[in-house]
Design a binder for this molecule. Structure first.
Ligand SMILES: Nc1ncnc2c1ncn2[C@@H]1O[C@H](COP(=O)(O)OP(=O)(O)OP(=O)(O)O)[C@@H](O)[C@H]1O
Ligand SMILES: [Mg+2]
Length: 296
């Protein structure tokens, strides 16, 4: 996370296109909004475009707007989202959901820095910064022809990959404390040690979003002035929670191995010799596996 934030600091006021990657719930939207809020564009709009939620046939008019009379229903000119963003930021969430035809139209607008409203001739300048996000593997979609390579090059001038919460368990106590402070239920002063340990040990398949929900619920259920294990969701307390989650979410053996290695590295504070001994493999094999799984 420190490396990620160092990169963010460098690019926050440079108008490069950013691609934010990471599993569901890691905080991609949160980061996009934070970058906008810290940038020189912060007084201008932040426009969120959820590519997966806008119906395909409405996308163009949502994006580019239209002139009066373009369709039967077009009683007045409509300003699209690119125009509404002015000199702010447009955030294309779930960019992989766009069809290749729409990808081509979006690419043209980004490259030419201008577009026309549907049914119009006059050019509209496109001056917003572009941030995109996805939790799918865009390289694989490029390989299978579902995502345009030229658009990928254009949007990922800088890629920001947010690690899953299980790979940054050090962040859990602070995040949990922040969610507790934000909870509508006041008067809870913190976590009892066993509860905190349980929260840290859990694998958080739903990442920060899941943590937020669990803490909010615990704050509502807790009767004392500290969060206790009893207030935590059952799945956290279940001794077999990792295996239960694995079977429920249909992990492969590789995924299980990755998480176990991750956990052992965390507990040994990334002491590779000790971790290798615990795992019953040699240090070289551990380093190879670390590389294969992209662990840090
Ligand atoms: N660093 C953080 N500090 C505080 N809250 C955070 C942080 N990261 C994420 N959150 C919170 O976690 C929740 C999920 O974050 P967000 O919606 O940004 O995830 P996402 O990666 O966009 O998920 P999805 O892929 O499902 O769209 C939100 O409530 C967000 O406010
Ligand atoms: Mg999101």
């Amino acid at each position: 996370m420190r490396a990620l934030l160092a990169t963010v600091e460098k690019i926050v006021d440079h108008d490069v296109s950013l691609l934010i990657l990471g599993e569901s719930g890691v905080g991609k939207n949160y980061l996009a909004e934070a970058i906008h809020a810290c940038s020189a564009r912060k007084e201008q709009p932040f426009v969120h475009i959820d590519c997966a939620a806008i119906p395909h046939d409405l996308f163009e008019s949502e994006l580019f707007g239209y002139e009066q009379g373009t369709f039967t229903d077009a009683k007045a000119r409509k300003i699209g989202k690119l125009e509404a963003a002015r000199g702010g930021t447009v955030y294309f969430d779930e960019i992989a959901a766009l069809s290749t035809a729409l990808q081509a139209k979006l690419l043209r607008a980004i490259e030419e820095r201008k577009f026309t409203r549907l049914g119009g001739h006059q050019n509209v300048t496109f001056s917003a910064r572009v941030i995109t996000s996805t939790n799918v593997d865009l390289d694989a979609l490029v390989q299978s022809g579902e995502f345009r390579r030229d658009l990928l090059y254009r949007i990922n001038i800088v890629t920001l990959t947010i690690p899953p919460l299980r790979e940054r368990a050090e962040d859990i106590p602070q995040l949990a404390a922040a969610f507790l402070r934000r909870s509508p239920r006041k008067g809870i002063r913190g976590f009892d040690p066993e509860a905190l340990q349980t929260v840290i040990a859990y694998s958080w398949p739903g990442n920060v979003r899941e943590l937020h929900n669990v803490i909010e619920r615990a704050a509502l259920l807790e009767e004392s002035d500290r969060i206790t294990v009893a207030a935590l969701a059952d799945r956290l307390r279940d001794g077999a929670s990792l295996l239960t989650a694995a079977a429920r979410d249909q992990w492969t053996l590789d995924q299980l191995e990755e998480r176990y290695i991750c956990e052992v590295l965390r507990q040994t504070r990334s002491n590779y010799s000790r971790a290798a001994r615990i795992l019953g493999i040699n240090r070289k094999t551990l380093l190879e596996k670390r590389k294969r799984y992209g662990l840090v």
